[in-house]
Ligand binder design. Structure first.
Ligand code: FES
Length: 164
């Protein structure tokens, strides 16, 4: 298969890989170009797919290990696609002391997913946050843009039902 060629039946050039090449071309001469390039690529795909990172490495003439080093160091970068819904459990002080860890533990067991990962069916990505700005409702969790306050582990199954 030719470089940047699409895997689908169209046998054409994958437009996102072409765009990735264009992003690198536009930003590569700036100082510390790797991070802004990774941001743009993540905006394009929603995460950093391996095939796009190979293009970045090739065009910047750097190793994949350097790219993985940067993309795993910064929590903003994702190497896997996000799930359909993002669950964020607040682990800030107010929520932590009100039992946020129990919420995380319950989600781990109900969804069989660890923090930072996505369920096998691609439905939910589980994340933790520092403070979701609703400390008076601790412990707080969000699913996408909806806030759930004073959550208990017993509420979890009922809440998740809303997204099935
Ligand atoms: S500490 Fe949890 S919302 Fe602020």
């Amino acid at each position: 298969m030719k470089e940047n060629q699409c895997n689908c039946k169209c046998k054409g050039i994958d437009p996102k890989l072409e765009k990735t090449k264009q992003i690198v071309e536009e930003l590569k001469d700036m100082k510390g170009a790797l991070i802004p390039i990774l941001h743009e690529v993540q905006d394009l795909y929603g995460y950093l797919p391996e095939e796009a990172l190979h293009i970045v490495a090739k065009e910047l003439k750097i190793g994949m290990s350097e790219i993985y080093g940067v993309s795993t160091f910064y929590s903003l970068f994702r190497l896997e696609p996000k799930g359909e819904h993002t669950i964020r459990v607040c682990m800030g002080t107010a929520c932590y002391v009100k039992g946020a860890q129990n919420i995380v533990d319950k989600l781990n067991s109900v969804l069989n997913v660890e923090v930072g990962k996505t369920t096998q069916d691609g439905k939910f990505t589980l994340e933790v946050a520092r403070c979701l700005g609703s400390c008076g409702l601790a412990p707080v969790m969000m699913i996408d843009n909806r806030v759930y306050g004073k959550v208990t582990p017993d509420d979890i199954i009922k809440i998740l039902e809303e997204y099935k």
